[in-house]
Structure formats: C-alpha cells, structure tokens
Design a protein around this ligand. Structure first.
Ligand code: ADE
Length: 248
C-alpha cells in the first residue's frame, strides 16, 4: 500500500512514522509512506500557503492552488481516495480503518489555520475524515492516527496476526483484561482460569469478559455487535435492556 501525506509541517511525522509498528511495516515494504511539504508547490515568491478569508473574520485560510498542484503532481494519472482531515468529516471507526486498509493507495491532506478553501473540499478531496469531536490545531495528528489505525491492519504488520482480529472494536466489543507474569503481584492474583491450560474454557472466559466489559463501559456497542442468541440471552440476564442487531 502507498500513503501520501500533504502538510505544511511534514517534520511532525518523522517520529511517529519511524517508530514501532509503522517503522517495521515500512521496513517490510508493506507500506510506502511519503510526506510532502505543500509549500513546495506554492506559486508566489513568498511561498504562501494561506491567505485572509474573503468576507473578513479572523484567522487564515489555506489557499487552493498549492494543494491542488501538490496532489495532482504526486497522483499523476492514478485514481485514489484523497482524504481531507477535518473535524467536519465522517468519524474514524475501526470499520473505516478497515475500509481504507483495503485500498492500494491513499492521499491524506492536512488542513491548518482556520480552515481550507472550500474548493479543496468540493473538487479535490474525495472523502473527509474526523478523528473525533474535538478540534485540533491541524490535520497532522489526525493523519497520524489514520495511518496508524490503517497500517496495523495490513497483513504482516503485527507480530501476532491474531491480535488485530481480537482487538477492542474489531469484534464490535471491547477486549477483556490481559495479564502477564507474575501470577501473584502484591495481593492481586491472575485469574485461575488463565493459568489452567484449558484452551477452550479460556476462549469462552475471554469472550464473556469482553461482553461484560462492553456492557459496563460501552453498552451502546452491544446494539450492533455480532452476538449469538445465547450471548444475547446472557446479556439480558446481566441486566442489559437495550436493542440488539440480528443474531448471528
Ligand atoms: N483537524 C482539526 N481537528 C480535527 C479532527 N478532530 N479530526 C480530523 N482533523 C482535524
């Protein structure tokens, strides 16, 4: 997969894109990530990428010309999603990350200042993504979040392939607790079942823990999670009164 990121602060990406899972995925050629400085496509002698808003008001607006030129130059004849990071976009979820991970190429546009000229949104971006209902100083941190959520889903990116499948949200549920050695830390033991060696019972216990944790913390997720009839019945017995999607 290839990901092109356009920003006026490309140096912000250096640490996150050369550390941990993303670093390893790049080394394994699972993803080719390139960052570009939008300023390199600015047309005037001061290399301006922003200007005052028509109609007045505070703040500056990112000019359309450098953004269009940058994307068109790098994209060439290719057709691919051009995603503007903005708090007005559709909210990033695990399902959105999975959808993006299936694409061979993505372009991410990081807005700054008060906003981006509307013609970028209308005629250059093909998608708009928000990472949540809060306002960041720019799209850079949001682009990093999108890249991280997408790259870890690429086959071979995680050491243990099962881990992305069982992640919180990947199953529609939150994951239950995890433990490692020592078996007794201070006066807090690891649950007996995990040390028992009964694989099938451990799988069933983990599923029950995931259901319980989701019920406690995010009961809204139970409405859409794929659940068996038996699990739905069990959740009712635990006091869940909300709706359920179709049984699986
Ligand atoms: N730019 C500023 N805030 C943002 C957000 N919440 N998501 C994506 N891009 C943004």
């Amino acid at each position: 997969m290839r990901i092109d990121v356009f920003s006026i602060f490309p140096e912000m990406f250096e640490g996150p894109f050369s550390t941990s899972i993303i670093k390893r995925a790049r080394e394994r050629d699972l993803v080719d990530i390139r960052t570009y400085n939008i300023r390199d496509w600015a047309i005037d002698k001061h290399q301006l990428t922003d200007d005052t808003p028509y109609g007045g008001g505070g703040g500056m607006v990112m000019k359309p010309e450098p953004l269009f030129a940058a994307v068109e130059d790098v994209r060439g004849e290719d057709v691919c999603p051009v995603i503007l990071l903005t708090p007005q976009g559709r909210v990033l979820t695990q399902a959105v990350a999975a959808e993006l991970a299936a694409r061979p190429r993505l372009m991410l546009l990081c807005g700054r200042y008060e906003g981006v000229d509307e013609r970028v949104r209308e005629h250059l971006a093909t998608d708009e993504i928000s990472i949540g209902d809060y306002v960041l100083s720019g799209g850079e941190l949001a682009a990093m979040v999108v890249v991280d959520a997408v790259v870890r889903l690429l086959p071979g990116a995680l050491g243990f392939e099962g881990s992305a499948v069982e992640d919180s949200h990947a199953t529609g549920l939150l994951e239950g607790a995890h433990y490692t050695r020592p078996p007794l830390f201070r006066e807090w033991p690891v649950p007996e079942i995990l040390i028992s060696g009964h694989h099938a019972r451990i799988v069933a216990w983990r599923r029950q823990q995931a259901l319980l944790r989701t019920l406690e913390r995010r009961p809204d997720l139970l409405a859409t999670a794929p659940l068996t009839a038996k699990e739905r019945q069990w959740l009712r017995a635990q006091g869940y009164e909300g709706p359920f999607a179709e049984a699986v």
